[in-house]
Design a protein. Structure first.
Length: 263
């Protein structure tokens, strides 16, 4: 057989692979454009300086009268507000970014898998924002009040703006991730790695783990530790309930048939 008559081993596989790469590139570009547009809008209004003022408000409200944050790096007054604006732009554009991810993977999923993935994407986004909002509007005020109550009168508090930004990002990430507990439980249960019954049996151990995690990743004060550990324990119970619901309603057709046959 001549070379011209040999079957092309890559035929039917190369073109789809290239088309997937092109689609991935296009969706990444759309996500980046969405973030860029949000950044430009936020840079015009309310402006990077105002965004940082909003972010610093929970701390500034609890500083001694007349005290302000300081900048020890010459370029910090410019770079830190820009970083805050980029973070705000990403969070504002997150629904578009997640939609692009969903649109890319959805064609390769079965119907029962789509019923699982889309609610998980939406719920994980909502839970992350809920964790960040809970940290900003509730935890920060309690933490800074507690810390200032222990500050000696001979010390004038003047936190550095970069150090404060780092602290805020760590706290946002900690609380945003902690609020993802129900999503983690649903995924583990749906993949068959851990059963719902095991989650129920593990409840008492998780309470201990939640308090250990809170003690490690939050400031060394009781308020912030309780503010993280207690919601984690409550969300664990929500996760157990959600796992039961998702496992029941996202089974593949053959799984449902096998379950019916066995019963």
């Amino acid at each position: 057989m001549s070379d011209s008559n040999k079957p092309d081993e890559l035929n039917g596989s190369e073109q789809p692979f290239v088309s997937h790469l092109i689609e991935l590139r296009d969706r990444l570009i759309r996500a980046v454009i969405a973030i860029g547009v949000c950044f430009v809008v936020l840079a015009i209004y309310p402006s990077p300086a105002t965004l940082y003022d909003w972010l610093a408000m929970p701390l500034v409200q609890h500083l001694p009268k007349g005290a302000t944050l300081i900048a020890t790096n010459p370029i910090s007054p410019f770079m830190v507000p820009i970083k805050v604006t980029m973070l705000a732009a990403f969070m504002l554009a997150l629904p578009v970014v997640l939609y692009q991810i969903w649109a890319f993977v959805a064609p390769g999923l079965y119907t029962h898998e789509k019923r699982l993935v889309l609610p998980l994407i939406v719920s994980s986004t909502v839970l992350f924002f809920a964790g960040v909002a809970f940290c900003y509007f509730f935890v920060f005020g309690k933490v800074f009040t507690f810390i200032q109550s222990f500050a000696p009168k001979s010390i004038t508090a003047a936190p550095d703006i970069e150090a404060y930004l780092s602290f805020v990002l760590n706290m946002f990430l900690a609380f945003g991730a902690a609020f993802e507990v129900p999503v983690v439980l649903v995924i583990l249960a749906r993949m068959g790695i851990v059963s719902v019954e095991k989650f129920k049996e593990f409840r008492s151990y998780f309470i201990v783990i939640a308090f250990v995690i809170a003690a490690v990743i939050t400031p060394p004060d009781v308020v912030s530790q309780l503010s993280l550990a207690i919601p984690m324990c409550l969300l664990y119970e929500v996760g157990i309930w959600a796992a039961q619901l998702f496992v029941k309603h996202t089974k593949a057709p053959e799984e449902s048939e096998d379950a019916a046959a066995s019963s």
